[in-house]
Design a protein around this ligand. Structure first.
Ligand code: FES
Ligand code: FES
Length: 157
């Protein structure tokens, strides 16, 4: 089957089998390996992408469901000002150790801050509840997320 959608702003016409997930297509067929896959059952958030602006697990999204959508992967955030703020804040707080979970956390925070540029800690914790990190105790990630929210609010003043 063939599916038409945009990927990081580029029009795509993708031929795929009906049992292929978006995570498989991105990583295996398109070489976009910044999207990680860990649990493959929608529990860890490593595979988050934006679909029509909403953070979505690529491991649970079938490629055939993409028709007419706009997909943004971690690679597509490289020129995104909000993502730059999030990445900077997380780096300054040494938020990650191995970094495998980082693209998913960044994607979740970008989606959260696009929707709510002034989240409180409760909102941030709720926004990240679908993301798992096996290395840290989450404190540094939450500190980084709070710092990112403060930076966003400063730039909006
Ligand atoms: S790999 Fe998709 S949620 Fe874990
Ligand atoms: S830093 Fe290693 S999984 Fe999060």
């Amino acid at each position: 089957m063939t599916v038409g959608f945009t990927l990081n702003g580029q029009t795509q016409s993708l031929s795929c089998q009906p049992d292929r997930t978006l995570a498989q297509v991105l990583r295996d067929d398109m070489g976009l390996t910044a999207t990680k896959e860990a649990c493959s059952i929608g529990r860890c958030g490593a595979c988050l992408v934006l679909i029509d602006g909403k953070a979505t697990n690529a491991c649970l999204t079938m490629a055939f469901q993409l028709e007419g959508t706009a997909v943004v992967t971690t690679e597509g955030l490289d020129n995104d000002a909000l993502a730059a703020v999030v990445r900077k804040a997380l780096a300054e707080e040494n938020a990650f150790q191995c970094g495998y979970c980082a693209p998913g956390f960044v994607m979740a925070l970008v989606a959260l801050l696009k929707e709510n540029p002034a989240p409180g800690e409760e909102n941030i914790r709720a926004g990240l509840e679908g993301n798992i990190c096996r290395c840290t105790g989450y404190h540094s990630i939450i500190r980084g997320a709070l710092a990112a929210a403060r930076m966003v609010q400063e730039t909006l003043k």
